[in-house]
Design a protein around this ligand. Structure first.
Ligand code: FAD
Ligand code: NAI
Length: 463
């Protein structure tokens, strides 16, 4: 039984935890990070952002080579080697997780392997060893949600984790949930040859996003070959030797239909994960949705115990967890800081990509805010035409009185990168006029953002 004392012990080495640990160490705090996985990086690096983006990127190239190269004068006949594509994905994950090991060593963060339990404020147990710390940071992330009566076996009924590791391309795949995971991983397997159907409970996919984007994305993904069953719910899914038999009913009730699929992907959301931490015994207060309750300093109801990332409220995104990790570390070192949760961008890495920041039109209407809209299509942009990627548009919402940018919603090529300009402008409380008056290189896709800003004042040049 060892007992070592730290200034900070971080539990969980995902983007929230590992970033918090590194920043604490940079600020001179003696820091340890406990992780129960064999590798560092959490959901994001091991079974989330990174492997999914590797498969999205590889499958995008496969689709390009098979379906789009011909139009620009390149004749190919690509053949899929799934095992090699998966091996590449594994290499990418490996390089990234090893990168965090290196960063821990470089910054002198002590890595503790095993599952942590908080036995008392200031005391963490890992296996037989006990450690002490002034501050404990919980960054234990989230886990997949299933539907009542449907068991995820990771063989035929898979979560995102299983869907990132299939050994053959299914002929048919039913995705339950038309959210971010459903669209990204549904897209991967459609591109590789599966017939993909998405069953979504609501009457449109991508709840919470701007209405026009939801409509346009459904139209584009449908055209790409994904079948959507909206306003529908899966009431049972039974896995057998040959596949999965599903029962689907209209969301509002009515006649059930059956469907079968080789693989079912469960993608109806994720829930905070704090199993085994001992929070019940400590009496840590939770929200109704099972998240750890924190104040504006990320402190839980127990003094000296903090929480960040997917395990607390807010969007379940890696960059949100990272930013919380940095701010908390700085606060623990006696500095101050804050996060503007309105300015956390969201990106869906399909093709075209989907990106957003700030308020949607629906939110502005509901809040009674007067706003102007500027919209510009990629079709009218020279670079997009030169790339042969003209689908989608950029939409900017600006305050009718002050012209301050209130939100931006985009679907199109590389919008995951384009959104950052608007995030920065909003961070500095800039206006649509600021974007419109800023010189944008020609020919670039960024000009679509500039033209959308010009369109806010009804003076776009190229349309
Ligand atoms: P996590 O990354 O979940 O890390 C928590 C860690 O804590 C885990 O490693 C876990 O093993 C460890 N842990 C738990 N309990 C204990 C314990 N008791 N003791 C020790 N260790 C413990 N977000 C984006 O922003 N962009 C994306 O492109 C994106 N893609 C995604 C794709 C998929 C398929 C999935 C599933 C998620 C994706 N996300 C994406 C979401 C992103 O992965 C999460 O928001 C992010 O990982 C949350 O970080 P975190 O540090 O809070 O938790
Ligand atoms: P999600 O919340 O994005 O989507 C879940 C979808 O399932 C919603 O459309 C919802 O209406 C639907 N749904 C819920 N119950 C249903 C039911 N019974 N039947 C049919 N549909 C139902 O959750 P998802 O896609 O599982 O992703 C989880 C989290 O991971 C998200 O919060 C997201 O932020 C994060 N993530 C982020 C990515 C990114 O930033 N690119 C990529 C992948 C995941």
């Amino acid at each position: 039984m060892a007992s070592e004392k730290f200034d900070v012990i971080v539990i969980g080495a995902g983007p929230g935890g590992y970033v918090c640990a590194i920043r604490c160490a940079q600020l001179g705090l003696k820091t340890a990070c406990v992780e129960k996985r064999k590798t560092l990086g959490g959901t994001c690096l091991n079974v989330g952002c990174i492997p999914s983006k590797a498969l999205l990127s590889s499958s995008e190239k496969f689709e390009e080579a098979g379906h789009h190269f011909d139009a620009i004068g390149i004749e190919t006949n690509p053949k899929l080697n799934l095992a090699k594509m998966m091996a590449f994905k594994e290499d990418v994950v490996d390089a990234n997780t090893k990168g965090i090991e290196f960063l821990f060593k470089k910054n002198k963060v002590t890595r503790i392997e095993g599952a942590a339990e908080i036995v008392a404020p200031g005391k963490v147990k890992v296996g037989k060893d006990e450690y002490e710390a002034e501050s404990i940071v919980i960054a234990t992330g989230s886990d997949v949600i299933s539907l009542p009566g449907i068991e995820i076996d990771e063989k035929r009924i898979v979560s995102s984790t299983g869907a990132l590791a299939l050994t053959e391309v299914p002929k048919t795949m039913v995705v339950i949930g038309g959210g971010v995971i459903g669209l990204e991983l549904g897209t991967v397997w459609r591109r590789l040859g599966a017939q993909v159907s998405v069953v979504e409970f609501l009457d449109q996919i991508l709840p919470g996003m701007d209405g026009e984007i939801r409509k346009e994305s459904e139209k584009i993904f449908k055209k790409q070959g994904i079948d959507f069953k909206t306003a529908s719910k899966v009431t049972s899914a039974k896995s057998g030797a040959k596949g999965v038999e599903l029962t689907i009913e209209p969301a509002a009730g009515g006649k059930a239909e059956t469907m079968s699929a080789d693989i079912v992907l469960m993608a109806v959301g994720r829930k905070p994960y704090c199993q085994g931490l001992g929070l019940d015994k400590l009496g840590v207060e939770m929200t109704e949705r099972g998240q750890i309750k924190t104040d504006e300093f990320f402190e839980t109801s127990i003094e000296g115990i903090y929480a960040i990332g997917d395990v607390i409220t807010g969007p379940m995104l890696a960059h949100k967890a990272e930013d919380e990790g940095v701010i908390l570390a700085e606060m623990l070192a006696g500095q101050s800081g804050h996060i503007d949760y309105n300015l956390i961008p969201g990106v869906i890495y399909t093709w075209p990509e989907v990106a957003n920041v700030g308020k949607t039109e629906e939110q502005l209407k509901e809040a009674g805010v007067k706003y102007n809209v500027g919209k510009f299509p990629f079709m009218a942009n020279g670079r997009a035409r030169a790339m042969g990627m003209t689908e989608g548009f950029v939409k900017i919402l600006a305050c009718a009185e002050t012209d301050r940018v209130l939100g931006a919603h985009m679907i199109g090529p590389n919008v995951g990168d384009l959104i950052q300009e608007v995030v920065s402008v909003m961070e500095f409380q800039g206006t649509a006029e600021d974007i419109a008056r800023t010189c944008h290189a020609h020919p670039t896709l960024t000009e679509v953002v500039k033209e959308a800003a010009l369109a806010v004042h009804k003076r776009p040049i190229h349309i």
